[in-house]
Design a binder for this molecule. Structure first.
Ligand code: NAD
Length: 494
């Protein structure tokens, strides 16, 4: 049984809290490890290590920081398979998907390698006579990241790459469900030459999170997880004077117009709904099918489902793995159980016909779903795709805009004008045009609207750099002291 501990001040630190949580191999349904759950004192030790490392790290030159990030880039690249394998063993997603996660996380380290350019300020010569004005961006200090189970490698990389590049030191609180990847990344950062204390991992639950939210030395908190917790993190963190970006849950709609290529739309829906067993915040969970093509589209999706190979993530031919825990599997099954009584139609039923050791549910398709049904109103976060029939473009857009979640959405059409209008009309943070999972590349920023994001700043990319720095403006002059006079007037520029 693996004992999964903290990483503080450049080394593994054994917890003495006396509290642990089980870690499973979801494909086998077996407990494989126990993760430490930090005490308040252990969080304080990690924050103290980060605070002690801060002065030297923020004084480290930009090119030296970039050099370390370049080395980290090489190390993650060289260890893609190891990270992905570790990830699969605790999360359950199939190895190819885990490799994709690592690749998309790596992009954020590559972006952060450009920090000397990213932190360039502005300069205005002769803003007033003999006066120059310039802006600089400086780190916040110790910053914390609190991450969800579904991307245990990528989401931490969304955060720490830019945070460290900007000269902050970092405390990561990973999900207690798949905590080992964070330690692997910590070791790689150390190998890359990051000084001890700059990056720390505290394993834990609400106790650790609450301490990070109230600790006076933590200046900012980045969070990714479910909406109720995101709201709590935002409200508590900001009440304690911290800068907070808290990304929440999702219900992502794919609108298929009558002119779309239906085979392409069905292929896309299958990948976006069932990839990673639907445990993606950018998964498509609702297809809005225009009346005219709805029957055909449902048939095309349904006929593709039996071909999806469900199995343990470490088997090469598996395309979809299990869910994260038995409780989550049962919760997802509960939404399928309740759908017929609410008036929906189960077209493909993925509930296991007999008990399995692993936490599996097969791809499920539910038609005639409407707002007000639990399987529509809640984020299911499983391999369950709902079909809602809509009367074309206006009805589809109104449905999407009425939903409280607004993380991602997609339109499938061959009409460029309709697609352009969709991008204009839709009240969602990330939009795909014939692209079902429009996760922005690392040099843009990631974030939803409405109940999918609390805070003003999206994550990574340019907004990530802004989040992890604060601006300072310097006004300077070098006058001839011989001409100095007293002047009580307010300084003017003309
Ligand atoms: P979660 O909200 O349960 O947990 C996220 C983190 O918060 C974990 O580190 C957990 O330990 C901590 N936490 C849980 N309960 C807490 C509490 N009561 N008080 C303080 N901290 C607490 O989310 P999850 O189940 O790990 O992840 C899945 C959710 O994350 C889904 O809702 C998904 O949509 C969302 N998500 C969103 C994005 C995005 O970018 N918007 C990305 C990935 C996942």
């Amino acid at each position: 049984m693996n004992s999964i501990q903290h990483w503080i001040d450049g080394k593994i630190v054994e917890s003495t809290s006396g509290r642990t949580a089980p870690v499973y191999n979801p494909a086998l349904g077996e407990q494989t490890g126990a993760v430490a759950l930090a005490s308040v004192g252990e969080v304080d030790t990690a924050v103290a290590a980060a605070a002690a490392a801060l002065p030297a790290w923020r004084a480290t030159s930009l090119s030296k920081r970039a050099e370390i990030l370049f080395r980290m880039r090489e190390l993650v690249d060289a260890n893609r398979k190891e990270i992905a394998t570790l990830l699969t063993s605790e999360h359950g997603k199939v190895l190819s998907d885990a490799m994709g996660e690592v690749a998309r996380g790596l992009e954020n380290i590559e972006f952060a390698c450009g920090v000397p350019h990213l932190l360039k300020g502005g300069f205005s010569e002769q803003a007033a006579t003999g006066v120059d004005v310039y802006s600089i961006r400086q780190p916040l200090g110790v910053v914390a990241g609190i991450t969800p189970f579904n991307f245990p490698a990528m989401v931490p990389m969304w955060m720490f790459a830019n945070a460290l590049a900007c000269g902050n030191t970092f405390v990561l609180k990973p999900s207690e469900k798949d905590p080992s990847v964070a330690l692997f990344l910590a070791e790689l950062l150390a190998q890359a030459g990051l000084p001890a204390g700059c990056f720390n991992v505290v394993q834990g639950d609400k106790v650790a999170v609450d301490r990070l939210l109230e600790h006076p030395d933590v200046k900012a908190v980045s969070f990714v997880g479910s909406t109720p917790i995101a709201k709590y993190i935002y409200e508590t963190g900001t009440a304690n004077g911290k800068r907070v970006q808290a990304l929440g849950g999702a219900k992502n709609h794919m609108l298929v117009l009558a002119d779309a290529d239906l085979d392409m739309a069905a292929d896309a829906a299958i990948g976006a709904a069932y990839g990673s067993a639907g445990e993606r915040c950018m998964a498509i969970s609702v297809v809005l099918a225009s009346d005219a093509i709805a029957d055909d589209l449902v048939a095309k999706i349904a006929e593709r489902i039996p071909a999806v190979k469900v199995g343990p993530g470490n088997q090469p031919d598996s395309e979809m793995g299990p869910l994260i825990t038995a409780e989550h599997r049962d919760k997802v099954a509960g939404y399928i159980d309740g759908a017929p009584a609410e008036g929906a139609t189960i077209v493909v039923d993925g509930r296991p016909s007999q008990a399995t050791d692993g936490f599996f549910i097969n791809p499920t398709l539910i038609d005639n779903v409407r707002p007000g049904m639990a399987c529509y109103d809640h984020e299911i976060f499983g391999p369950v795709l709902a079909i809602m029939r809509v009367h074309g473009y206006e009805d589809g857009v109104a449905t999407i805009n009425a939903n409280p979640f607004a993380n991602g959405t997609a339109i499938f059409t061959r009409d460029g004008g309709a697609a352009r209008q969709f991008q204009f009309d839709i009240e969602v943070g990330m939009v795909g045009i014939n692209v079902p999972i429009p996760v922005p590349v690392s040099y843009y920023s990631f974030g939803g609207w409405k109940a999918s994001l609390f805070g003003d700043t999206h994550m990574y990319g340019p907004e990530g750099i802004n989040f992890y720095t604060r601006g300072k403006v310097v006004t300077s002059r070098w006058p001839d002291p011989a001409k100095s006079t007293v002047d009580l007037g307010f300084p003017e520029t003309r």
